[in-house]
Design a protein around this ligand. Structure first.
Ligand SMILES: *[C@@H]1O[C@H](CO)[C@@H](O)[C@H](O)[C@H]1NC(C)=O
Ligand SMILES: *[C@@H]1O[C@H](CO)[C@@H](O)[C@H](O)[C@H]1NC(C)=O
Ligand SMILES: *[C@@H]1O[C@H](CO)[C@@H](O)[C@H](O)[C@H]1NC(C)=O
Ligand SMILES: *[C@@H]1O[C@H](CO)[C@@H](O)[C@H](O)[C@H]1NC(C)=O
Ligand SMILES: *[C@@H]1O[C@H](CO)[C@@H](O)[C@H](O)[C@H]1NC(C)=O
Ligand SMILES: *[C@@H]1O[C@H](CO)[C@@H](O)[C@H](O)[C@H]1NC(C)=O
Ligand SMILES: *[C@@H]1O[C@H](CO)[C@@H](O)[C@H](O)[C@H]1NC(C)=O
Ligand SMILES: *[C@@H]1O[C@H](CO)[C@@H](O)[C@H](O)[C@H]1NC(C)=O
Ligand SMILES: *[C@@H]1O[C@H](CO)[C@@H](O)[C@H](O)[C@H]1NC(C)=O
Length: 607
């Protein structure tokens, strides 16, 4: 076809000339056998040609060279020398296990270098020398064990590096020296057991880092210090990561933070607090059970919060209070029964809500969601009711407007037996007060002490599982009015009970409850132990003497052993000092009396 066009005569002389020069250039572009060359794009493609070495006779103005999928084993010194125009070199999917120092020397225009999926175990210092214009380096999926000091030092223009899927056990402190422009770093699946803080701190331009599949259980303080430009940090699949120390993220100014598929059991509120520019927070697939109220308010600019696939049982009121830009909540696949409007600063800004795959109870608490069912973006996953039974498995969008006031209702909590409870009892006995309430959803019961402090389910005065209040071994100062409050989403109800405690005549000491637990100085007289009531101490005089003697004997034997040791010591060390002064504080014996206070001192001569 070329010949035909060029072969035409007449006014086409100019075109002919051009044609000739073109075909001449075409011929002059050497293309190694087995490779496919395209002169228009200056591309040499030798991919998957069973090559065992870099082919000879590569055109020296080539811009791209694809040697992927061959059987290259080694790259020798100055292997690509002369290809000074080369911009893109692909060596991935070979069996390269050895690259000699200065192998890439001369590739002054190389921007992209892929050595992915080879068998490199070490990268000798100097391998990458001459690659001063490289922008992107992929050395993932090799078997590299360590990064040595200064390995990347001449790569001042490198922007991204993928070092993932190696067997890295160690990154030397100065390994990343010289990577002044590196913005993106991936260290996926390595065998590092600690964060190479010192090495990372060289990466002053780093804006994005991904650390996937490390076996680290605690993120130490200052783990990422000096990464001032880092905006995106992704910590993925660290199955043993349980704790973030409170200063672990200090020094960072992130806009995106992902800590997913780890083993966090709580939102690391204090570690996050200073991240006031954070917009995107993803804590998905962590066994987190609740988002507490009022603890994320300092993340002023937060827009998205993801905690899909967790163990969330509850999102407390005020959880997202203060977050005025909040617009996406993704809590898909948790164990939430509800999500109250009071969790948000304002639900008016909320655009996207993933609440699917939660055992939702459809009552008045979710009315705010179902009312917005056509406005909110559920990301294609409608929330579904799990309870009550008559609406089970129904999707929110299926409810008609008239059904809402029938289905999404609550009945205010109401205390059932409102009889006034009053008890006037003797000191020392146990007593219970009932508080039963109904309502929908089932109300929670809380009790307040006469001092208005909430009582808990542990201690001498405690709330039982059925809502009753139990006071064990009542004491005079327990006297007062206790308030039971039954509360649910629709409101609350309360009732007060009175307890009056009569004190015993003081002819024996009553048991009392101290911080250490129950202390019974003696048993009440109803138990037959008159003898113990008369004696305030648990031991008689004889016991006391024996205990004291034994204590003193053991003290003497300790001193004797010391002497023996010192004797041997002085024998082996040579005689440096011939006397020793020994201060001693004798052990107090268990009777607590006698030789307790006298400190002693004696001087002895060493042999
Ligand atoms: C080289 O050719 C292979 C197919 O033989 C193709 O998959 C690959 O994308 C080509 N490489 C370039 C850089 O175009
Ligand atoms: C790295 O970890 C993987 C999986 O945990 C293991 O199979 C491999 O042997 C480890 N490599 C080294 C060098 O420790
Ligand atoms: C995750 O944490 C739990 C307890 O907090 C522990 O029992 C479990 O072994 C941890 N899992 C891993 C993979 O470390
Ligand atoms: C933190 O990052 C934000 C967003 O990139 C930027 O506007 C702000 O100036 C940074 N603050 C500091 C102290 O670097
Ligand atoms: C919510 O999280 C799940 C699981 O991580 C993810 O697949 C989904 O894309 C997220 N949805 C949105 C809207 O971000
Ligand atoms: C509540 O439980 C306690 C013990 O668990 C029991 O003694 C008491 O009778 C119960 N009260 C009511 C009203 O069921
Ligand atoms: C009970 O209701 C009042 C007013 O509605 C409210 O101020 C109070 O906090 C509620 N108490 C509980 C325990 O819910
Ligand atoms: C207390 O002592 C008085 C006499 O001092 C006696 O009458 C009374 O029974 C004693 N009370 C008890 C509970 O032992
Ligand atoms: C008191 O002693 C009597 C007889 O010694 C005995 O039957 C009774 O069970 C004892 N009571 C107590 C509370 O130990």
């Amino acid at each position: 076809m070329f010949a035909e066009v060029c072969g035409q005569q007449g006014p086409w002389a100019l075109l002919l000339l051009w044609c000739i020069s073109l075909s001449a250039a075409d011929l002059s572009w050497p293309c190694p056998q087995k490779c496919n060359c395209r002169q228009d794009t200056l591309e040499v493609n030798c991919s998957t040609k069973h090559l065992t070495g870099v082919p000879e006779g590569l055109p020296n103005n080539a811009k791209r060279l694809d040697l992927s999928g061959n059987r290259l084993k080694t790259l020798s010194r100055r292997q690509f020398y002369g290809l000074s125009k080369l911009e893109d070199l692909d060596l991935s999917e070979n069996v390269i296990s050895m690259i000699e120092v200065e192998a890439f020397q001369g590739l002054k225009n190389l921007r992209f270098l892929r050595i992915k999926n080879n068998r490199l175990k070490i990268i000798p210092v100097g391998v990458f020398s001459g690659l001063s214009n490289l922008r992107s380096l992929d050395i993932s999926k090799n078997e590299i064990l360590v990064f040595l000091d200064y390995t990347f030092q001449e790569m001042g223009n490198l922007r991204e590096m993928n070092a993932g899927e190696n067997d890295l056990v160690f990154i030397s402190q100065r390994a990343f020296v010289g990577l002044l422009s590196l913005q993106e770093l991936n260290v996926d699946r390595s065998n590092l057991t600690s964060i190479p803080t010192e090495a990372f701190s060289q990466l002053q331009s780093l804006t994005k880092m991904r650390l996937r599949r490390l076996t680290i259980s605690i993120l130490p303080n200052n783990a990422f210090r000096r990464l001032h430009q880092l905006r995106t940090l992704q910590i993925l699949q660290w199955p043993s990561l349980e704790t973030l120390n409170s200063n672990s993220l200090i020094g960072l100014n992130l806009t995106t933070l992902v800590i997913s598929n780890c083993n966090l059991s709580a939102v690391p509120y204090t570690s996050l607090r200073h991240l006031v520019y954070l917009r995107y927070l993803d804590l998905s697939y962590n066994p987190i059970t609740s988002i507490q109220g009022n603890l994320l308010g300092e993340l002023l600019r937060l827009q998205e919060f993801h905690l899909a696939g967790g163990s969330l049982l509850r999102i407390e009121p005020g959880a997202f209070r203060g977050l005025v830009h909040f617009r996406l909540l993704n809590v898909s696949s948790n164990r939430l029964t509800t999500l109250e409007e009071s969790a948000f600063h304002s639900v008016g800004n909320l655009q996207t809500l993933r609440l699917d795959r939660n055992p939702l109870t459809c009552d008045c608490r979710l009315l705010w969601v179902v009312r917005r069912r056509f406005r909110l973006n559920f990301d294609g996953r409608q929330p579904t009711c799990s309870a009550p039974d008559h609406v089970r498995k129904r999707e929110f969008r299926d409810f008609s407007e008239v059904e809402l006031p029938v289905v999404f209702i609550c009945r205010q909590a109401r205390i059932l037996d409102r009889q006034t409870q009053e008890a006037s009892v003797d000191e020392g006995i146990n007593i219970q007060f009932e508080c039963k309430a109904d309502g929908y959803p089932p109300p929670s019961i809380t009790w307040l002490s006469p001092q208005q402090t909430p009582l808990s389910s542990v201690g001498r005065i405690r709330i039982l599982a059925n809502g009753s209040l139990e006071v064990r071994y009542v004491q005079v100062h327990d006297t007062g009015a206790y308030l039971c409050i039954a509360a649910n989403a629709a409101g609350n109800d309360s009732i007060s009970v009175n307890l009056k405690v009569r004190s015993f005549p003081r002819n024996y000491t009553s048991p009392y409850f101290s911080d250490e637990g129950w202390v019974e100085t003696s048993l009440p007289p109803s138990t037959n132990s008159s003898e113990q009531v008369s004696n305030p101490y648990p031991f008689d005089a004889k016991t006391l003497v024996i205990a004291t003697t034994m204590g003193f004997l053991s003290f003497l034997s300790s001193v004797a052993i010391c002497f023996v040791f010192m004797f041997f010591w002085s024998q082996s060390k040579g005689q440096i000092k011939h006397t020793a002064t020994i201060d001693f504080v004798p052990r107090t014996s268990m009777g607590g009396s006698g030789d307790g206070a006298d400190t002693g001192r004696f001087t002895m001569k060493l042999i």
